[in-house]
Design a protein around this ligand. Sequence first.
Ligand SMILES: NC(=O)c1ccc[n+]([C@@H]2O[C@H](COP(=O)([O-])OP(=O)(O)OC[C@H]3O[C@@H](n4cnc5c(N)ncnc54)[C@H](OP(=O)(O)O)[C@@H]3O)[C@@H](O)[C@H]2O)c1
Length: 388
Amino acid sequence: MATITSKTIFIQKLISNFAGPTPLKRVESLINAVSVRRFADKKVSSIKSAVIKEFNQPLIIETSENSVPLKKGQVRIGVHCCAVNVADHLLWTGLSETKPKLPFVAGFEISGEILEVAPKAEHSADSESEDEDELRVGDRVLALNKVHLGGFSSECIVDYKDVFPIPPSINYKTAAALADSYGTAMLGLARRARVQQNEVVLITAAAGGLGLAAVDIAANVYKTKVIGICGTEDKSTLVREKGAWTAFSFRNDKIVKGEVDKISEGKGVDVVFEAVGGEVFKSALECVRAEGKVIVAGFTSRDMTQLTLADIIQLPSFSLIGVSLFNYRNKMLPVYRRTILDVIDLCDQGMISPVIAEVFPLDNVNDALHSISQKKTTGKVILEIVPF
Ligand SMILES: NC(=O)c1ccc[n+]([C@@H]2O[C@H](COP(=O)([O-])OP(=O)(O)OC[C@H]3O[C@@H](n4cnc5c(N)ncnc54)[C@H](OP(=O)(O)O)[C@@H]3O)[C@@H](O)[C@H]2O)c1
């Protein structure tokens, strides 16, 4: 556990990280040109994967002896754990905006050990990053593999820029539960909304994977007063235990403005962190104070509420902030990498800790997907792949 002093220094470092871009360095220094197949001396067994052969049909467990060769700038990871996210469920149903060609292996939020590092990629405009960690065979890492997917497998190929070393204090289950939700929460709350101590932050679906991460960052790192809203009283208890100032449930799928007003003494909240959409989003807008900020981080309900220009003018003046970790990866790589590295540091120092709802072996991947679809999970659902 870190001391108060080191925590204070760390927060100051975080604030300066989020205050603006630092000088960029080329990612070439990141890339280890050595390509080593560890399999040669380790007798690795066959690759086991959970394959989506048809949308909405049970995934099939398959084994294969053949690894796909790496391209420049790629890393092969022996996967220990992979989170099962709403986005994986959408891919499986075929309702996702991106539809991979069948058959495919889903899963993008992984942790594991590096098995192979390909030679470095040619320089490209977006391959600039401020961190200089070199990846080597045997390193313990986490990775966000939204480009190639493939995490529901004992082996996975990832772009170098999506791989982050983890310290010994972080176990593989925790590592697989960390980057996507905490990275998104950090970008929304710290970089974009610039939350301040004692501000009031309203978080919807606060007992979900993303919601609990937002509660953790807002309450325990930035010391704001969190109002968590979720589906049931049981979930509210968990949200309070995570550090929320208060938590209560939706009524008829809406936030009751009167309850928020009571807590904020009629002023409204400084910041809303929203990832449900539909009626929840609309009712959240009624709770924000004049000149407050509304962060939109998702729309789990799939109800893409329409806001008209008239709505924006007639509602109390607020700033609407969209946040997507993947967009940062594609448009602002150094910020993306810095954010995930900060999240890893915060976890290493014991300042944040993801809540893991359930852990399933790879063979039970269909139960894990079912669990996600039930809206009952509180925190992250993890597949444990190695040892299998
Ligand atoms: N922007 C990004 O980079 C980013 C990163 C991570 C996640 N996300 C997005 O954020 C959203 C939440 O992700 P998550 O990982 O927190 O999901 P999750 O763990 O499954 O939690 C979602 C929660 O939303 C609540 N909910 C309210 N209305 C719902 C409805 N109509 N259908 C389903 N759930 C409903 C449920 O909690 P209650 O029962 O308590 O209401 C549910 O448990 C998703 O859309 C995800 O894609 C975005």
